[in-house]
Design a protein. Sequence first.
Length: 266
Amino acid sequence: MLSALLALLGFFAGLLGALTGIGGGVLLTPILALHFGIPIRQAIGTSLVAVITTSAASSSVHLQRHTTDIRLGMTLELATSFGAAVTAYLVGYFNRNVLEGLFAGFLLYSSTTILLSGGKVKDQEVPAAKSDGEIVIPPYEPRRYPLGLGASLVAGGLSGLLGIGGGPIKVPVMFIFMNVPLIVATATSNFMIGVTAAASAIVYYRRGDILVEIAAPLAVGVFVGSLLGARLAPRIRTKYVVYLLVAIMLYLAGHLIVHLFTEGAP
C-alpha cells in the first residue's frame, strides 16, 4: 500500500515537474518530511533520485523534438554542478530546523516568482508553441552569460542543500534575462536538473541519506509522470497546472512554518 501511494505521489510530482521544468523535488522533499515522517536530510537525498528520473524521462522527449539547447545547458551546468557538490557536503552541518526553514523560504520564493512571471510567460508562449503538430522555435541568441552562470551556481547550491532541481531559478533567468524562449528554457532546465541532482546525490548516497525502499517506487511513478508531462507540454495550456503547483507550494511552506513554530515552542 505504501509503495502504491509513493508511486502515485511520484507520478503527480513527475507530471508537474516535466510540465513546468522544476523537477518535482520542490514538492517531494517537504511531503516526505511532513507526511511520511522521514528525517529532512533523508527526504532531501531521496527526492534527488526522483529529480534525476524526471530529467532522464522528460529530456528524452525534448531531445527528440530538438527543443533543448544542449550547448547552453552544458555551459550553465558547469556552475550548477559545482554549487550542488559543495553544498551537498555542507548539508551535514545544518540541523533539521535550519533546513526546514530554508526550504519554507525557498517554497515562498518559488511561488512568488511563478505568480509574478507566470502571466507574462504564458502570453508569449503561444506563437512559439506549435504549427501543424510541429514545435516552432523562434530565432534567438542567448545573452548575459555571466548572469546565467551566477544564477546557475545559486540554483546548484539550492539543489544540493534542499534536494530540488533548481528549475524555479534557472527557467525564469533563461527566459527573462538570457533571451531564451520559454519552451527552450523549460526543456533545457529539465536536461540540466538531472546532472545537477546526480552531483549531489552521490554525496547523499555515500552518507546513507538515500532510502532505497522509498526512492524505488517514487522513481517508477516519477518516470511515468515525467514522460506523460513532457509529451503533453507542447499541447496543453499549463496555466492551471502552474497555479495548482503554486497552491501546493504555498500550503507546504505554511505547513513547514507552522511545524517549525510548534516544534520549537516550549
